[in-house]
Design a protein around this ligand. Structure first.
Ligand code: CP
Ligand code: NVA
Length: 304
């Protein structure tokens, strides 16, 4: 069976820890500008049904650094699921390319792409989840905090794709994860149940930012309206107003707290400019680590 990277919970704790160690090694090699070409004569097809800066640039730069050739296919190029059936694109690309990375709307579509592909498929974000992001995020947390022991992560905002990947990670690696969102914007219940079922981590749901952030090691946020929801932006701005991450909120934790955001950030909405620029902010470490984490995933998949 072809191994894909679709959800963090498809991987064991040992596999995730192995990916993190590999990512650290690859990061050192990258910074030393060492020659490392496991993807020589290999190609990666990158399918984007939604916009992207980090995912596109980090996959393309990473794959090319490792000796391969990455092809960018934007929203208007192949019309996946519109001009041509997903299962046809999947088998077609598997004939040309050694790996496929896709950013799609409907999560079912990435599952279908993977089902019909005999080369590894990597999920570069769907409406449901964003595993590459959260793998990079936990790598970043571990660079700033020695271990996951007693780690309290408070996510502030919409219970969206980012939260679902955090919850999947919490079902494999131990942490205390709090999702603080306005009522009606809760994460998917089945994914919450994965954390409870695993009995590995503590999950808390909150609607009160001031109390949720107490003792937080990390405050994490994301846009209030994700790609595909931009029509709801103005309405959401009112609903989410009390969930903005401000310096005042960061100071309420009672300890030195890191600020994280998957980016792109809408400064002045979910986070203030001051927080983004503060010494607590590690958003660019996160963004850089996207490339190292994904490089590790690709090397692992190629060898599996
Ligand atoms: N964080 C993230 O995935 O960024 P892009 O949407 O720019 O790829
Ligand atoms: N929740 C955001 C994440 C962007 C990286 C979105 O889906 O638009």
């Amino acid at each position: 069976m072809t191994k894909h990277f679709l959800h963090l919970a498809d991987y064991t704790a040992d596999e995730i820890l192995g990916l993190l160690n590999l990512a650290k090694e690859l990061k050192v090699k990258f910074h030393k500008k060492e020659k490392y070409k496991p993807f020589k004569d290999r190609s990666l097809a990158m399918i984007f049904a939604k916009p992207s800066a980090r995912t596109r640039v980090s996959f393309e730069t990473g794959f090319e650094w490792m000796g391969g050739n990455a092809l960018f296919l934007g929203p208007n190029d192949i019309g996946i699921g519109k001009r041509e059936a997903i299962k046809d694109i999947s088998r077609l690309f598997a004939r040309y390319n050694d790996m496929i990375m896709a950013r799609l709307f409907d999560h079912k579509h990435i599952l279908e792409l993977a089902e019909y592909s005999n080369v590894p498929v990597i999920n570069g974000l769907t409406d449901y989840n964003h595993p590459c992001q959260i793998l990079a995020d936990i790598l970043t947390v571990l660079e700033h905090r020695e271990s996951l022991k007693d780690l309290k992560i408070v996510y502030m905002g919409d219970g969206n794709n980012i939260v679902h990947s955090w919850l999947q990670l919490a079902s494999i690696l131990p942490m205390h994860f709090v999702c603080c969102n306005p009522s009606g914007f809760d994460p998917d219940e089945k994914t919450v149940q994965m954390v409870y079922g695993s009995q590995i981590s503590t999950f808390e749901s909150s609607h009160d930012p001031n109390s949720a952030v107490k003792d937080a090691d990390v405050i994490y946020t994301d846009v209030w309206a994700s790609m595909g929801q931009k029509k709801e932006e103005e309405e959401r701005e009112k609903i989410f107003a009390d969930f903005q991450v401000t310096m005042e909120l960061l100071e309420r934790t009672g300890k030195e707290t890191l600020f994280m955001h998957c980016l792109p950030a809408e400064r002045g909405r979910e986070v203030t400019d001051e927080v983004m620029e503060s010494k607590n902010s590690i958003v660019f470490d996160e963004a850089e680590n996207r490339m190292h984490a994904q490089n590790a995933v690709m090397v692992y998949l190629q060898g599996s």
